[in-house]
Design a protein around this ligand. Structure first.
Ligand SMILES: [Mn+2]
Length: 385
């Protein structure tokens, strides 16, 4: 039996073997001539995922902030319609640790260059987010001043408002959703103001090593109101502004707090529950996914990913590194597991490319996180209530 099979295989391999014929270069060009580099067949210049200008995952750039009158440009032409937009928020003047996240949007786009919409079929799901019902675009970066944080956040608020007011490509789902490429974590405040205006209060799923609900009087030192608005207090402010529900949750927390009990008490007041980094060892990714889903229930969700949720081994390029974090694979498994939630906004923030490795470890991870956030939005379209 074994011998028969062997004979059969040999027969098949003989019948499908092909002759490899090399072009007779010597005869055609002569022994003294250089073999031409081009000249065999058509030259394709239509596909170039690391040439040209860089958008997230090579999706088309749209000037989303241009002035429109009833969907038309000043010259009367029709403006582009889109369902999901990437928006860069190059802002890092409200950090407490290392600066540099103003270069995050460019870094994340650079890390996303290998994603090619025509060839982005997931090996896990068989789906391709870029070949779905949703028209996906990159709006470039919001222009944010580096000289005044208050003005910069107002600029970002306005950019969000303009983009969320644009017409969608889908007639069924009338509000475009935004994925922010940060930027320090303060930028999430503008995004939450924007989701509140369009969708009402949201539950926040906050992946981070820090709680970021600090009372501005604690983190900011009470120097001034201005100093209190920073990347560790924005969730406290979002709660005070009534933007978020008390069904919010942190995931991946491991950094120490400033007060023995006050910070965690305040965190609960702001509507949060804590999943620590080491909870993963106890419950596994499936257990973490279930905790997050149970907490937010059927409410609309905003997902914010501070890249420092990852261990510095996987994301060294960030402002406030904390060791003992999750791996990139664990984080992606958990985010992908949130499928089915009504995600109305998302971000990946605190990416500071100047501290990255030569292998672009952090920006590659951040790009994949953004890709997973996009996938959640594509998998679950959302209608306003
Ligand atoms: Mn953070």
């Amino acid at each position: 039996m074994a011998l028969n099979l062997l004979v059969l295989f040999q027969f098949i391999s003989i019948t499908i073997a092909r002759d490899i014929v090399f072009p007779p270069a010597q005869r055609n060009y002569g022994p003294q001539q250089q073999h031409p580099i081009i000249g065999f067949g058509e030259i394709d210049v239509s596909v170039a995922n690391f040439a040209g200008l860089t958008t997230f995952a090579n999706v088309p750039y749209v000037h989303c902030l241009e002035k429109l009158e009833e969907g038309k440009r000043v010259d009367g032409t029709e403006a582009e319609k889109f369902d999901i937009a990437f928006l860069g928020a190059p802002f890092d003047t409200a950090v407490t640790g290392r600066p540099g996240a103003r270069y995050g949007p460019g870094g994340i786009r650079s890390g996303s260059r290998r994603i090619e919409p025509d060839a982005a079929w997931s090996i896990y799901t068989g789906e391709n987010s870029y070949k779905s019902w949703a028209k996906i675009v990159d709006c470039g970066d919001a222009p944010l001043t580096i000289l005044d944080n208050t003005v910069a956040l107002e600029q970002l608020d306005k950019a969000h408002t303009i983009i969320a007011d644009r017409a969608t490509n889908s007639s069924e789902y009338p509000i475009p959703r935004i994925i922010v490429l940060g930027g320090d974590h303060t930028t999430t405040l503008s995004a939450l103001r924007s989701t509140y205006n369009k969708w009402g209060q949201v539950s926040v799923i906050h992946f981070d090593s820090h709680i970021d609900t600090w009372d501005p009087k604690v983190l900011g030192g009470g120097i001034s109101h201005y100093a209190g608005v920073n990347h560790g207090t924005f969730l406290h402010i979002a709660h005070e502004e009534g933007l978020i529900r008390n069904t919010s949750i942190h995931a991946g927390i491991r950094a120490p707090v400033a007060r023995s009990k006050g910070d965690v008490r305040n965190d609960i007041r702001c509507g949060f529950e804590i999943v620590t980094a080491r909870d993963l060892d106890l419950f596994g990714t499936t257990g973490i996914i279930q905790k997050l889903k149970d907490r937010v229930g059927k409410s609309k969700v905003y997902i914010s990913v501070d890249i420092d949720v990852l261990d510095p081994a996987f994301a060294p390029a960030t402002g406030t590194s904390e060791v003992g974090g999750w791996t990139t694979r664990e984080l992606l498994t958990i985010i992908d597991g949130l499928t089915g939630l009504e995600v109305v906004g998302a971000d990946v923030v605190e990416v500071a490319p100047i501290y990255d490795t030569a292998g672009e470890t952090t920006v590659l991870a951040a790009a994949e996180v953004a890709n997973s956030l996009l996938t959640l939005m594509v998998q679950q379209p959302v209608k306003p209530a």
